[in-house]
Write a protein that binds this ligand. Structure first.
Ligand code: SF4
Ligand code: SF4
Length: 528
């Protein structure tokens, strides 16, 4: 009997450590950075349980509670099992009154041991990378994020910017919306601050809000919904994306499901309709032209729940996707990466969209990586860069507006100060200098010209784009999540003979950038 008691205690402590290192660590890690826990094996069912227990709770918080519940559950069970075994053992040898207390103490001690083992394993694996094949956890990214190496915004909130307002309105193609030249990107926002930013931007004349279910794990749509409550609905243009808080909908998704996710967006946004739905981050023709997405849009439009259809796209298939969208005649708006120093082919396709289909064009990634802070040799120019880059987009032909992420109240003053302006000669020189300093490291167009040189068939353009999200846009959570979702990551690059060398027409040192990307982005606790 005594042996069984010891074995039970050891077993439950081991089970606690195992669950802590696998289930709990993953939930803790994902929750800490606001990711979706359902991508994790068994996460879907645990998440369903979470939705049942905590309806309406934020995904990240529900995930955290479930993770903690899992780890705490084992000590709870341990307590009763060990206590009962201990009491039985004592009753056989000493039927005195102290048995009860002694059994409880034994159960409590074993439960405490299980708790320490489970919690320790959870924290160790999640934050310090214990058990990770390269020892990586959240410690390094957290240091990067909070270490103050990179400014998230201009270091000084200048007086001359205060009270800036939109100075120019254009036309968003055939939607006929008189769009502000700077529009509100809400990718990183959430919560009370996010709501304040949206309200302030609207007060200052921004009249287009760009959000998506997967921005800040639905936190963006919720913050926008809170901000627009009470604001006359016809006074602003609201765009969201065709996806879920945890990712894209694949081609072939049913019409019902396509419609359902838009209904879910409407619920988070607290509105009866959205002006625009984008087929989100679309690099595949089958997703762009999926008959079900077009049928769903037709039905939503007839029901008054969506007015216009658009797409957003990254390279390398951007040209194919954009040309197919133009040819189809089905799209009212396109949103694509467009900034100073972009490849000329993109200007041609934008011109065609405008000329042939009168499409609205929303330029994104306007700061070309936003590397102006911390870029060696750019110290004198860094303060004027963001506004110069925005002015460049304002002056670009056939572009309806520039979307840029606002994640600080200062951005409303800072970015709107550039509204209605185009760059002067000094600012053009700043942009040229930025182009030359970033030329060999910045995978600006993500063009894919290097892809065929990689025997491992790595999506070099995607890896480098995710690195850009982390380092330059400071969208660390999004970057790590996207990197974790890649079928093949850059773990092999360090040992590779690098046949990709010289394959980038822009002179990017691919292997070096890939190795660095892996070091930065690979922090999955479940990797082994
Ligand atoms: S270094 Fe990386 S990207 Fe370059 S060829 Fe090797 S595996 Fe591919
Ligand atoms: S590394 Fe160079 S060739 Fe490869 S996608 Fe980026 S810009 Fe294009």
């Amino acid at each position: 009997m005594r042996l069984r008691l010891v074995a039970t205690t050891i077993l439950t402590v081991l089970v606690a450590a195992l669950l802590g290192a696998t289930v709990g660590a993953d939930f803790l890690w994902r929750s800490a950075i606001g990711l979706d826990p359902t991508a994790f094996p068994a996460g879907q069912s645990l998440q369903s349980l979470g939705d049942l227990l905590f309806p309406g709770l934020d995904i990240a918080l529900a995930g955290l509670l479930l993770g903690l519940g899992t780890v705490l559950g084992v000590p709870f069970v341990t307590f009763f099992v060990v206590r009962d075994q201990r009491r039985t053992l004592l009753e056989q040898t000493d039927p005195g009154r102290r048995n009860f207390l002694s059994g409880s103490l034994a159960g409590g001690g074993a439960a405490l041991a299980a708790l320490v083992a489970g919690g320790g394993a959870m924290v160790g694996r999640s934050f310090f990378g214990l058990g990770h094949k390269e020892g990586r956890g959240w410690k390094r990214p957290l240091t990067e994020i909070f270490g103050g190496q990179v400014q998230k915004t201009h270091p000084v909130w200048k007086d001359e910017w205060r009270g800036s307002r939109i100075q120019s309105y254009g036309r968003l193609g055939r939607t006929e919306w008189p769009v502000s030249d700077t529009v509100l990107g809400t990718g990183p926002i959430r919560g009370e601050l996010g709501t304040k930013i949206v309200r302030l931007a609207l007060e200052r004349g921004v009249n287009y809000i760009d959000t998506a279910p997967d921005y800040s794990a639905e936190g963006s749509e919720k913050a926008v919904g809170e901000a627009i409550r009470g604001v006359p609905r016809e006074s602003f243009f609201l765009a969201t994306k065709w996806c879920t808080p945890i990712g894209h909908l694949p081609a072939g998704t049913s019409v019902e499901r396509y419609k359902e996710v838009v209904e879910e967006s409407l619920g988070r946004l607290g509105t009866d309709y959205v002006d625009l739905i984008h087929v989100h981050s679309c690099d595949e023709l089958d997703r762009l032209l999926d008959p079900n997405v077009h049928e769903a849009f037709a039905q939503l439009k007839a029901e008054g729940k969506a007015r216009f259809l658009g797409f957003s796209s990254h390279t390398p298939n951007l040209l194919d996707v954009a040309n197919a969208a133009i040819d189809s005649g089905k799209f009212d708006v396109m949103m694509l990466a467009y900034h100073h120093g972009i490849w000329p082919g993109l200007s041609d396709v934008i011109g065609r969209a405008s000329r042939e289909q009168d499409m609205g064009v929303v330029a994104m990634k306007t700061l070309k990586g936003a590397r102006h802070h911390g870029l060696e040799g750019f110290e004198d120019e860094q303060d004027s860069y963001a506004q110069a880059a925005l002015k460049w987009v304002h002056g670009a032909p056939n572009v309806s507006c520039a979307v840029i992420s606002f994640f600080d109240l200062q951005h409303v003053d800072e970015y709107l100060y550039a509204s209605g302006k185009t760059p002067n000669a000094d600012e053009v020189a700043v942009l040229d200098k930025y182009d030359s300093l970033t030329a060999d490291t910045y995978c600006a167009p993500h063009c894919g010209a290097c892809l065929s040189s990689c025997p491992e068939k790595l999506a070099i353009n995607d890896v480098l784009r995710h690195r850009m999200y982390f380092e330059d846009y400071r969208s660390e959570r999004q970057a790590i999540d996207l990197y974790a979702g890649l079928k093949r990551n850059a773990s092999v690059c360090a040992e590779c003979s690098a046949p990709c060398t010289g394959s980038c027409p822009f002179g990017i040192r691919i292997q070096e950038r890939m190795v660095g990307a892996h070091e930065l982005l690979d922090v999955r606790p479940t990797a082994s």
